[in-house]
Design a protein. Structure first.
Length: 98
C-alpha cells in the first residue's frame, strides 16, 4: 500500500477509514478530533439541527480560525492548502468506496 496504513476516525458517530502514511497519522487524528469538537459544540447550542449544516458550520469555524492565524503569523498557506486537498481527496476516496 505504498507505506500507507488505514486510520479509523469517528465523526458524528460514523466511522471513516482513511489511508495515510505514519507521518500523517497524528495530524489526521488531531484534525478529526478538532472537527468532532466543533461539531459537538454547534450541536449543543441547538440552533442548527440538520447534520449537513452542522458539519458546514464546523468547517467554516475552522476555516475562519485558519484565516485568522494566516493573517497574524504569515505561515505557508500554500502548504496548508496542499495538505487539506490531500486529506479531502483521501476522504472522498473513502466515501466513494462506500
Amino acid at each position: 500500500m505504498n507505506n500507507e496504513d488505514i486510520l479509523k476516525v469517528k465523526i458524528m458517530g460514523r466511522e471513516f477509514n482513511i489511508s495515510c502514511s505514519e507521518q500523517e497519522r497524528t495530524e489526521l487524528l488531531l484534525a478529526a478530533e478538532l472537527l468532532e469538537d466543533k461539531i459537538q459544540k454547534i450541536r449543543k447550542e441547538g440552533k442548527i439541527i440538520d447534520s449537513d449544516r452542522i458539519v458546514i458550520a464546523a468547517a467554516l469555524n475552522i476555516a475562519h480560525e485558519l484565516l485568522i492565524l494566516r493573517q497574524s503569523s504569515g505561515f505557508d498557506i500554500d502548504e496548508i492548502k496542499r495538505r487539506i486537498a490531500g486529506i479531502r481527496k483521501k476522504i472522498n476516496d473513502v466515501l466513494v468506496k462506500k
